[in-house]
Ligand binder design. Structure first.
Ligand SMILES: [Zn+2]
Length: 320
């Protein structure tokens, strides 16, 4: 019997999706760990999200209290799901079979992931609707979040249009809620075009509905409504083999990224003693000056080696 997933029927930040009591059902030593100190623990139920679907795992702690009252708290370093669907929590101290524990998921990391992941659902739905661009993959990293779209090129105008439309849905604060449907019903939804794709596995499916926007067969963690995504900022695009990669940030990450970018801009403008908006023109002028100086130096060196002074006009024109 694999662990019950406590985050499945809750939104990402509800207490029941963050803190829980459970019992250790199995423990094994991680064979790949070279110093033999990494343990994998399974539980009868868990709120920890394992890595999957482009989304990283949760972090947090498992706490056991002995009969004598001694408290042992272990850090969860990694969470993975195996092929049988069992969730393994990686820890540095062993917790024996049948130990009762209290698990606590790091709420700020969970919130960040839920904001980026829910924002991705929204952005992908809008890209499809507004410009017909289908999402083929998603990556949520510590520094950047990207989707790859099956489209050759995206104009700046289209990017702004999609970003504005996605942010409108955020202000509309639409409900995001999971529900379970049988495989046959999910297939009927696929036929009707309500779902874009279905995972291969059999049995009941978790369908996440973003009210009025989309249905998505997804096992990830989501915020309770689009308002909690906070904001979406599209940063840049890049051509990749499968189409176009779009980098974006949501929620608190958008604020942090904007603040960091602005600090860099201010630093660069400060070095050149100009205001931020005059920075591109100032850099362009400096590059032109450097190019002209290099050309002039080349002429002077040539003249020095041949022993004849360069013509004044030549130096003058190089400086223009
Ligand atoms: Zn999802």
């Amino acid at each position: 019997m694999v662990a019950e997933r406590l985050y499945y029927n809750a939104s990402a930040l509800e207490l029941r999706a963050l803190e829980f009591a459970a019992t250790v059902t199995d423990i094994r030593l991680d064979s790949k760990d070279t110093n033999g100190q990494l343990w994998q623990i399974s539980l009868d139920k868990t709120a920890f999200y394992p890595v999957g679907g482009g989304q990283p795992f949760d972090l947090g702690t498992l706490t056991a209290t002995s009969r004598s009252g001694a408290v042992l708290e272990v850090q969860v370093e990694r969470v993975e799901e195996d092929e049988a669907g069992e969730v393994w929590h990686y820890v540095r101290k062993p917790l024996m079979h049948e130990t009762e524990i209290v698990g606590r998921v790091d709420a700020s990391r969970r919130m960040d992931h839920a904001q980026q992941h829910s924002g991705q659902h929204l952005l992908s739905a809008i890209f499809l609707e507004e410009v017909g661009a289908k999402t083929v993959s998603f990556h949520l990293g510590a520094d950047s979040v990207t989707i790859d779209l099956a489209v050759e090129k995206l104009s700046e105008e289209h990017l702004q249009q999609v970003e504005a439309a996605a942010n409108r849905v955020i202000y509309e604060d639409r409900v995001i809620a999971p529900r379970w449907v049988e495989r046959a019903e999910a297939e009927a939804m696929l036929q009707r075009g309500e779902l874009r794709k279905l995972p291969e596995r059999q049995g009941p499916m978790r369908i996440v509905e973003m009210q009025g926007i989309e249905f998505n067969a997804c096992g990830g963690t989501h915020v309770a409504s689009t308002g909690a995504i906070g904001s979406i900022l599209v940063r840049r695009t890049e051509k990749v083999k499968q189409g176009t990669r779009v980098e974006f940030v949501c929620g608190l990450r958008a604020v942090e990224t904007a603040r960091r970018d602005y600090a860099l801009l201010r630093q660069a403008a400060g070095l050149l003693s100009v205001g931020a908006k005059d920075l591109p023109a100032r850099v362009e002028k400096l590059l032109q000056d450097a190019k002209a100086a290099a050309k002039e130096l080349k002429l002077l060196k040539k003249a020095a080696s041949s022993g004849t002074p360069p013509a004044q006009e030549a130096i003058h024109s190089a400086g223009e």
